[in-house]
Ligand binder design. Structure first.
Ligand code: NAP
Length: 256
């Protein structure tokens, strides 16, 4: 991770408070860094306590305000406690980015119950738990931005990812329903659906698959974490105040 933000959008999030899940590495780390660089205080949530502490140190060293909140997003009690701790520390909650996610790929005939449950639990249940907990202080504060990281796999399907695709399709359904439920409260709820982005998650696919993905992507490359973080920053900003229930696809044209 670079020490300084490389964001290409200048967004003013001063005086705002954000929670970013899965912030220890990958997309979440870049999103947390850029939200902090835009002036917000950022609660970084992850199960990976060591990397989480490093992420927070780097954001702080670059002049941002951040704190670590170790948390498994599937643990409802801990999720509620984290939201309470964040509001207790900084007095409000404006932005929630539900980014924590995992893959456990297998063709459906060989998929184990545990692989299904783990992926649905983290990707979908975790998003629901944080959304429910965060909505309360957002309603109290009379504003909010919830941004869920989905995937093109949840829209077009992907062989070997029945669990992952189902979880991300679920995230999109959750996004659209909650956007309708919270619209009268001045809370927008949107999703970003990345294509293939160069992170540890994509690296697991192997070189051959990655070359094939590049060939099938009209823009001819994998996305960068910055491509996704910029989309999240836009949706978190005032510029997106009339956008809700939307799925912003960031995939280099893969779905065209
Ligand atoms: P990543 O590099 O694997 O990072 C995910 C982070 O989430 C890790 O720090 C991980 O901790 C953490 N995490 C895992 N389970 C958790 C839990 N139960 N509670 C809290 N934190 C947990 O993944 P990424 O590529 O940045 O992906 C981020 C999001 O983007 C995911 O939702 C993913 O589905 C989505 N996405 C990614 C791509 C892509 O190509 N990379 C494409 C589309 C969508 P550990 O290190 O301990 O596992």
């Amino acid at each position: 991770m670079t020490e300084q933000s490389n964001r290409r959008l200048s967004v003013d999030l001063a005086d705002q408070v954000a929670i970013v899940t899965g912030a220890a590495r990958g997309l979440g780390q870049t999103i947390a860094r850029d939200i902090a660089a835009s002036g917000a205080k950022v609660a970084c949530v992850d199960v990976n306590e060591g990397l989480l502490a490093e992420t927070v140190e780097r954001i702080t060293a670059a002049g941002g305000m951040a704190a670590a909140f170790p948390c498994d997003v599937t643990d409802g009690q801990r999720v509620t406690a984290v939201v309470g701790e964040v509001v207790g520390k900084w007095g409000r909650l404006d932005i929630l980015v539900n980014n924590a996610g995992v893959t456990r790929d297998n063709v459906v005939l060989r998929m184990k119950d545990e692989e299904w449950d783990l992926v649905l639990g983290i990707n979908l249940r975790g998003t629901f738990l944080f959304t429910r907990a965060a909505a309360k202080p957002m309603i109290k504060g009379k504003r909010g931005r919830i941004i869920n990281i989905a995937s093109v796999s949840g829209m077009m399907g992907n062989p070997g990812q029945a669990n992952y695709s189902a979880s991300k399709a679920g995230v999109i359904g959750l996004t659209r329903t909650v956007s309708r439920e919270l619209s009268k409260r001045n809370i927008t709820v949107n999703a970003v659906a990345p294509g293939f982005i160069a992170t540890d998650m994509a690296a697991k696919l192997g070189d051959e698959v990655i070359e094939q993905i590049k060939a099938e992507t009209p823009l001819g490359r994998l996305g960068s974490p910055q491509d996704v973080a910029d989309a999240v920053l836009f949706l978190a900003s005032d510029a997106a105040s009339f956008i809700t229930g939307h799925v912003l696809v960031v995939d280099g044209g893969l779905m065209v």
